[in-house]
Design a protein around this ligand. Sequence first.
Ligand code: FE2
Ligand code: FE2
Length: 276
Amino acid sequence: MSGSLFATSDLHVSYAENRTVVDRLRPESDDDWLIVAGDVGDLFGDIERTLRLLRERFTSVIWAPGNHELWTHPSDPVTLRGEERYRALVRMCRDNGVLTPEDDYPVWPGADGPVLVVPLFLLYDYSFRVPGVTSKEESLKLAYEAGVVCTDEMLLHPDPYPDRESWCWARLGETRSRLDATDPALRTVLVSHWPLVRRPTDVLWYPQFAQWCGTDRTADWHLRYRAAAAVYGHLHIPRTTHYDGVRFEEVSLGYPREWQRRSSGPAPMRRIMGAR
Ligand SMILES: [Fe+2]
Ligand SMILES: [Fe+2]
């Protein structure tokens, strides 16, 4: 197979400029796959329209949710909250032929494969705290004082869990069981909206934001689960880094005000596997 495994995230299609970028997003060959690592949009209908469009173009589309998909936005006719909203997104993906964290992990069969492509929904648990503090409460207080508060606090409801960290920990438990049962001979591409390790958040403009960006409990997953590459988004700082010898790819498009100031313009997708 001669195609490539591409990845994108943070398409944020509520912005007209981003919809134009998505309209131009095309595979390079009939065998290309596309990973969509969350933050497609805020509204259920926008998320569905975009994933359906991408699935019409790419032979396989693999989605993992971001925080924006999980928001219950006041202008969304779909008023489901928390786990119910996630389950509705998964059903919508299945209706449109898009793979989710709830499906069997597909095997990328390319020349540099095979690798197991693993979309993850893990959320965060406030363990990437402001340095020097010892509790979520203290860390959140500092964020509020600095005026750096993720909108998730208002719109990402954890129902039926008591809080977002409990939902995160439940997801970690379920996901660990599935990953432990995968073929130990197969390498993986781990895909999570939030980075699996904290290091990428070291370059955040507002360091207080890190607490909404992941969990310490996945710090060794790229090694434990044999990652050939780890794909993430959320930070809107697209780049390639290596941790413990493993390639991490932040694949986000980001907001127009972010990509418009880059001389290279918008970079809507990155090649993760496959030859140019
Ligand atoms: Fe985003
Ligand atoms: Fe995000």
